[in-house]
Design a protein around this ligand. Structure first.
Ligand code: FE2
Ligand code: FE2
Length: 305
């Protein structure tokens, strides 16, 4: 990992295929108002667009040195006072519910600065900021998924969770391999983790392939009355059993990684990895929850009807 204690990343020293992930992960870890400096050998417009797209305007971008051989970019995580009301709702949709509960009329004059609004209604802005962060970390906190119909749940799982797994799983695997290649001899648990993760990756990819190619199309046919009860029941039993195995794999990975709690001497790369693994696990848990508890329940209901 090429990040030092001064929060500087020398981009050209990171393997090309890991740059995007390491930079995005590093800026994620900044506290509001904190910055990171990138040193690069070319102008980074695609990176700027990537950050804008992935992080939805949560960061400020400032060119400190503009070539000709070296570019230095300062990326700063915005503080609450850097946002307008409309930006906050756009970036943190759940904040609309919080504003509603506090009587902040976010739906009119939403270009107002949040600091003015807090002063007017005598609301502590730091406390409000903490509440926005907490509420936004709760995925789908306000989605009424138990009322969704089966076809919609399948679409949601495919578009949201399967896409996330397809994107994130190879990235994490590559990061583990990189860390093991560079630091495995001094930290043998990385080799153990790499081997365990490879098995987990293979199993999860096979599970998802089976869902996408066999189970979900069968469920869609069932919803239309074109598949047999016993076939669907067998598929649901298979999926639930496989989810139990997935759960035991994630527990194994978590225990190799000290419950994703970094030690004082852990490398910055390991800290990033733990953060990625923790997020991945949380997404996978919700993904499985939707399949076991929401999708299967709505399929059972459609059987009774
Ligand atoms: Fe799935
Ligand atoms: Fe599944």
């Amino acid at each position: 990992m090429k990040k030092n204690t001064e929060n500087t990343i020398e981009v050209t020293r990171i393997p090309l295929e890991l740059r995007r992930q390491i930079i995005l992960d590093s800026i994620d870890q900044l506290d509001p108002g904190q910055s990171i400096k990138l040193i690069n050998d070319h102008v980074s417009e695609p990176l700027r667009r990537l950050i804008d797209r992935e992080k939805k305007g949560m960061y400020l971008w400032k060119v400190l040195k503009d070539g000709p051989d070296l570019w230095e970019i300062k990326i700063t995580k915005k503080r609450i006072e850097d946002y307008s009301l409309s930006e906050l709702v756009k970036i943190f949709p759940a904040s609309a519910h919080l504003f509603e509960s506090k009587g902040i009329d976010y739906f009119v004059n939403s270009g107002r600065n949040i600091v003015e609004v807090c002063e007017r209604i005598r609301c502590d802005r730091d406390q409000l900021w903490d509440e926005i962060q907490i509420i936004s970390k709760s995925p789908n906190a306000y989605a009424r998924f138990h009322t969704w119909n089966s076809a919609f749940v399948i679409d949601y799982i495919l578009e949201n969770h399967h896409t996330y797994v397809a994107d994130k799983l190879p990235q994490i695997s590559l990061l583990i391999k990189y860390l093991d290649d560079v630091h495995g001899s001094a930290a043998p648990y990385l080799t153990h983790l790499k081997n365990e993760f490879l098995v987990f990756q293979e199993d999860l990819e096979a599970h998802i392939k089976e869902e996408e190619e066999i189970v979900f199309p069968e469920l869609r046919r069932y919803i239309k009355g074109e598949a047999k009860d016993e076939d669907v029941q067998n598929s649901l039993i298979w999926m639930e059993e496989d989810h139990i195995l997935t759960g035991s794999s994630t527990r194994k990975i978590r225990s190799i990684c000290n419950n994703y709690i970094p030690g004082e001497d852990d490398l910055p790369g390991v800290i990033l990895l733990y953060k990625d693994l923790k997020e991945f696990e949380a997404d996978l848990h919700f993904h499985i929850y939707l399949e076991n508890n929401v999708l299967f329940t709505s399929i059972q209901k459609s059987k009774k009807n």
